[in-house]
Design a protein around this ligand. Structure first.
Ligand code: FCB
Length: 484
């Protein structure tokens, strides 16, 4: 006898997520100037296959069709990011109206189809001019290690808030600031590709500050009903054993992956252990009076992005030598300032996706419950979750992706589990709507529920898209995974 389906709360949002640089293309159109990702992807050796976002999946020209696709799938929400260099090309000064018009049109089209937009202001495409800027007296070298970038971000947030505030209710300041700071300035596998541990820590603080200043700037522009949050990618970090040494490794990574952002944002502090662990590198004097009051701007929601858990132990000998792979690209440089010689990473159990990321939905339940406890009363959204697989059209022209359906099923069940255990989760955004430019992996990794033929730009919903459409329509997840 079939057991009852898992029912989600009424009004739960079923969405999909994308990011500007990964889908828009039109890199030089309508006044857009290069972002750090344009520069990085055009630098030989940085992105697999020399791929760039110049054309991406041409969403800048195909957005009407893409919205129709979302409507056909019955999505009730869509999370996208605004390209900073498209609306404020130099990262300072007046906005380009053509750039803003693109997003106005997109939002209107979404609303016309009953799809609620969630805008992310920063999904990693810093205007190159800000990376290149050296305000007088700055030793930081521009970009996020430079304090001024946080003030530039606040100005940009105000511009977008003013332009879209009458029609967008859900706003996220930053996407995964951990990646911006520690992959961008630490391991260097993401733009701008710098490898300086102190710059990475400075970047983390200025991203926290940007979040707070940006939230303030949005609040000034937006109607009271608007909700302002942030999307983090907290690490579900587990110790290999319960030994004191492994627990201490867990503590170190929890500090550098999670508390470096949730401390300032939720509690207005950098925890003592984080400061002590990194004391050899910096005295944190870049944190100024009042900063930690600003970073603690009240959150109307917290977005959690989750793909895979991490398993750590005290450093093992073989790990002390050789490059580390951190799941985002290989580098000689560590994204863990002050922790590398103390910690080893281990493969978590579970099948691997095409990213070599282990599949373990319990990490998602754990995180949702953890942040329910850490941010009481703050609604949660899963703002990204999904998996890459090597999807190819079959002879029938259809794209069958049972592995992705299984991944989604187990993770959405994990969300349900968290809700039953008391987490106030209001929506789920599948990463990603479309196959797209997967950062350092270029077009080699496909995360889409909709397949894109990069030669013709033809879109073909995969079986996971049809499966997700049924879920969005019913709001009920079959208890057991059923293959197509
Ligand atoms: C996240 C990013 C998103 C996408 C997924 C796979 O870290 O936010 O843009 O690349 O990973």
């Amino acid at each position: 006898m079939a057991r009852e389906n898992l029912r989600f709360p009424p009004g739960f949002l079923w969405g999909a997520a994308t990011a500007a640089y990964q889908i828009e293309g039109a890199a030089r159109e309508d006044g857009r100037t290069p972002s750090i990702w344009d520069t990085f992807s055009h630098t030989p050796g940085k992105v697999l296959g020399g791929d760039t976002g110049d054309v991406a999946v041409d969403h800048y020209h195909r957005w009407r069709d893409d919205v129709r696709l979302m409507a056909d799938l019955g999505l009730t929400s869509y999370r996208f990011s605004v390209s900073w260099p498209r609306v404020q090309p130099t990262g300072r000064g007046p906005a380009v109206q053509r750039g803003l018009d693109f997003y106005r049109g997109l939002v209107d089209e979404l609303l016309a189809h009953g799809i609620r937009p969630m805008v992310t202001l920063y999904h990693w495409d810093l205007p190159q001019e800000l990376e290149d800027a050296f305000p007088s007296g700055s030793a930081a070298g521009g970009g996020w290690p430079e304090r001024d970038t946080a003030y530039r971000f606040a100005e940009y947030a105000g511009i977008v808030g003013e332009a879209l505030g009458d029609r967008v209710e859900m706003w996220s300041t930053l996407n995964e600031p951990w990646c911006s700071a520690f992959l961008g300035y630490g391991s260097g596998v993401h733009a701008p590709g710098r490898t300086d541990p102190v710059a990475a820590l400075r970047a983390a603080h200025h991203l926290n500050l940007a979040h707070g200043l940006g939230a303030q700037a949005l609040r000034e522009q937006l109607p009271a009903r608007a909700r302002i949050g942030v999307s983090l990618n907290p690490s579900a970090v587990r110790p290999l054993t319960a030994s004191a040494a492994d627990m201490d490794a867990r503590r170190r990574i929890d500090a550098l992956a999670n508390r470096v952002f949730t401390g300032p944002m939720l509690r207005g502090t950098y925890d003592d252990d984080l400061v002590a662990d990194t004391a050899r590198l910096t005295d944190w004097s870049f944190v100024q009076d009042d900063d930690l009051r600003i970073t603690r701007h009240p959150l109307d929601f917290l977005g959690i992005n989750y793909y895979s858990p991490a398993v750590v132990s005290a450093a093992t000998e073989e790990d002390a030598a050789g490059p580390r792979k951190d799941g985002h690209g290989a580098s000689e440089h560590s994204p863990w300032p002050g922790a590398d010689e103390h910690v080893s990473f281990h493969r978590a159990p579970g099948e691997l996706t095409a990213m070599d990321w282990p599949v373990d939905p319990t990490g998602l339940t754990d995180l949702l419950l953890e942040y329910t406890a850490q941010a009481p009363g703050v609604p949660l959204y899963v703002t990204e979750n999904g998996a890459a697989y090597d999807d190819k059209p079959g002879e029938d022209g259809q794209v069958h992706d049972p592995d992705r359906v299984r991944y989604l099923h187990s993770h959405i069940a994990a969300v349900h589990h968290a809700i039953l255990a008391g987490a106030d989760v209001r929506g789920y955004f599948l990463w990603s709507l479309l196959d797209n430019f997967e950062w350092a992996y270029g077009y080699s990794k496909r995360f889409g529920a909709v397949h894109v033929d990069y030669e013709t730009q033809a879109r073909t919903p995969k079986s996971s898209a049809h499966w997700y459409a049924r879920l969005a329509a019913s709001g009920e997840l079959p208890r057991e995974y059923v293959a197509d």
